[in-house]
Design a protein around this ligand. Structure first.
Ligand SMILES: *Cc1c(COP(=O)(O)O)cnc(C)c1O
Length: 394
């Protein structure tokens, strides 16, 4: 492993496991040991490793055509955009590749809409975001991060963003002015530790943005597409934003696929040449994405996440009394578990779980994040909870 890292930048600190294959919720390392994957590629693997439907869709497309560029039409593009717009109950789709590119696209869209539709004076548009956000790694996006690790040494920073505390409607109200074009938030903050906002927050953001003529952009890259027990986390408060930003699970864990989805009024601001991506909306991405959308269309994965999630959270709440765990948060098959400092750091618990055959990732020092593939069985989920209880015991 040391040799493997000699020629790669040290921008990650992976757990000491070398994965060779995966199937469903399980992976196997180069020595043949099996691990239950409770990170699921930060929700990019909502359908598990190697889902037969997704692999078949990818293989079929590999034999036909993989890349055309958007200079030409291809026969999967319209179908993908139509299906995604339908799933979102919206009108237009702009496909990109990674999540960060989709967030960048959302920022550009909101600014252009602000100048062309809302009438904000040129160069004055601002976007309100939440503290402790995670929206990706590009220079503009880290410009409005509040995490020093993500931000330090990357200036000069892109202006035009105002940061307010997450979950605080009064602060949001005070931050919005006549040049505000959008409020950009995660309906549940994933990287921050699976932070669920106080009840009524999303409804409040919806009302406030509608009243003030500001776009509500929901970054559902991690929370969306089934993870929380609904197609979108915004649905837990019956809220429909003006724009969804999607990624991760949209590519089925096979290829990077992201998109911005919105109304004709908003995404209609682009004219040919004003935005683009060589790989965005390529035939392979659209073929896999179409299969993802067909799978989500059945509601089966959302139901599994809701039912197994209720079970997971019931069991996790039981840990609160033990003193080993100081807080449990989340929705559906997504949980942040804060481990008491006396028990060990998040990294130490992750290493203990690794030794027990469970892959998790810590975040912010003391939080363990649990986000298994939505295809996990209840028996495997229960096994993972047993491992967690034992690891917390030492
Ligand atoms: C992962 C993530 C992103 C960035 O996606 P990449 O594909 O890593 O660029 C943006 N927003 C949220 C909420 C995410 O979880």
């Amino acid at each position: 492993m040391a040799a493997a890292e000699a020629h790669s930048a040290h921008n990650y600190h992976p757990l000491p496991v070398v994965i060779a294959s995966g199937e469903g919720a399980w992976v196997t390392d180069v020595e043949g040991r099996r691990y239950l994957d409770m990170l699921a590629g930060y929700s990019a693997l909502n359908f598990g490793h190697g889902h037969p439907r997704l692999i078949a869709a990818a293989k079929a497309q590999l034999d036909r055509v993989t890349l055309t560029s958007r200079a030409f039409h291809h026969d999967k593009f319209a179908a993908f955009c139509t299906a995604l717009a339908e799933l979102c109950g919206m009108e237009m789709v702009l496909p990109m590749n990674t999540g960060a590119e989709a967030v960048e696209t959302a920022v550009k869209t909101a600014r252009k809409w602000g100048y062309r539709v809302k009438g904000v004076p040129d160069g004055q548009a601002n976007i309100v975001v939440a503290a402790d956000n995670f929206h990706g790694r590009t220079t503009t996006i880290i410009s409005f991060s509040t995490d020093p690790e993500a931000r330090a040494d990357y200036g000069p920073y892109t202006p035009g963003f105002t940061v307010v505390p997450y979950g605080d409607l009064a602060a949001l109200d005070a931050a919005v002015d006549e040049n505000t074009v959008a409020v950009l938030i995660e309906p549940i903050q994933g990287e921050a530790g699976v932070l669920v906002p106080p009840p009524g927050y999303l409804t409040g953001v919806r009302r406030l943005t509608a009243d003030r003529g500001v776009l509500f952009i929901a970054d559902e890259i991690q929370s969306g597409l089934g993870r929380t027990g609904r197609t979108f986390a915004c649905e837990h408060e019956d809220v429909v934003p003006d724009m969804y930003v999607l990624g991760k699970a949209l590519g089925g864990g096979v290829v990077p696929v992201s998109a911005v989805v919105s109304s004709r009024e908003v995404l209609g601001v682009f004219r040919p040449g004003e935005h683009g991506s060589t790989f965005g909306g390529n035939p392979l991405a659209c073929a896999v994405g179409l299969e993802v959308l067909a799978m989500l269309g059945t509601g089966e994965y959302q139901r599994r996440a809701a039912q197994l999630g209720d079970h997971l959270h019931g069991e996790l709440r039981g840990l609160l009394g033990t003193g080993a765990v100081t807080a449990v948060r989340g929705r559906g098959l997504w949980a942040g578990v804060d481990v008491a400092p006396s028990i060990g750091t998040g990294r130490e618990i992750s290493e203990r779980l690794l030794a027990r055959g469970l892959l998790v990732k810590d975040t912010h020092g003391s939080t363990i994040r649990l986000a298994p593939p939505l295809v996990i069985t209840q028996a495997d989920l229960d096994w993972s909870l047993t491992q967690l209880r034992e690891a917390l015991r030492g």
